[in-house]
Design a protein around this ligand. Sequence first.
Ligand code: PBG
Length: 327
Amino acid sequence: MAFPVTRLQRLRRSGALRGLVRETRLDAGDLVLPLFVTHGRDRREPIAAMPGVERLTIEHVVAEAAEAAALGIPAVMLFGIPADKDEEGSGAWDDEGVVQLATQAIKEACPELLVIPDLCLCEYTSHGHCGVVRSDGQVDNDATLALLARTAVSHARAGADLIAPSDMMDGRVGAIRAELDDAGFGELPILAYSAKFASAFYGPFREAADSTPASGDRRGYQMDPANADEALREVLLDVEEGADLVMVKPALPYLDVIRRVKDATRMPVVAYNVSGEYAMVKAASAAGYLDERSVVLEALTSIRRAGADVVITYHAKDAAGWLSETD
Ligand code: PBG
C-alpha cells in the first residue's frame, strides 16, 4: 500500500479551499448587456425566441440601462430598430437615429455607464445586408467603408464610449480610425468584431432586429465556421489597423478561437455569447432539462477561462444578480 496517490481532492474539500485556488473568476464588471432600441414611445415588444429580452423604446432602454448599472454591469451595447429602412441604410448615420438618441439619453441618465452602439448597416438597410449591395447581389466592400466611417462619427457625436463595427468589411477598422481622428475623436477606442463567423446562432437576433437578409446570406463577408487560422489573420489585421479591443463571436462554439486570439495578441479580448446560445439555455431551462443559474454561470466562466476578458451576454443582469448573492 506504498502506492503513491496524488491527492488533488485535498483542495476540493470545502468551499473555502475551492475558492482559494480558483483560477478564473466571473464578476459583473466583466459583462456587457446588449439592448434593442426600437422607434416610437412607450412600447416593449417581447422577442419570442429570447424570453426575457424585449425591444424597448428609449425611455425603457434608459431604465434598463440604469438597472444594469445598479447591478455593477459597466457597459451596454445598443442595437437599433428604425421606423424606416432604405437601400443605403441611411438611418445608421442619422444624428437623430434611434441608437444616437438612446446613447445621448443613457449618457445623461447614467454618465458612468459605458455605451457601445453596434456599428453596422444591416439593421437599417431594406435588403438586410451589412453593406451596399451591387447589381450582381454582392456586397460592395469599398463603397461600404465610407458609410461605416460616417456612422462611426455619428456615434461619437452622440456620446458613444466605444466604436464597435460588426459588419466584417475588409479595411473598415483603418477607415473608421482615420475618420474618427479627422473629426477630433482620436481618443475614442475601437472594439472590433474581428472574428465574426457566419453563424446559425444569430437566428433569434435577426428576428429581434428584423435584419434577416432578404436574399442570399452573409457567407460572402462573415467567416467560415471551420477556420481558426483565418480568424487570427482577421484579428491581427484589425490590430494593425488600430483596433483597441478585439472580439470573437459567437462564444461557446468558438472557445478555441478565443484562446488562440488571446495567446497570439495579448489584447483585451471580448467574446459575444450570442442570441442562439441564450435561446438554447432559456428553452432547456424552461423545459426543466437544465438548471438555468448553474448553466449560465458555468458557461460564462468557461468563456472567461478560454481567454475572454469581457463577455457580451443577454444573461448579464441575471448573472450579475446571482453573483452578488453568496453561496
Ligand atoms: C449585425 C449583428 C448581428 C449580431 C450582432 N450584430 C447579426 C448578424 O450578423 O446577422 C448577432 C448577435 C446575436 O446573435 O446575439 N451585424
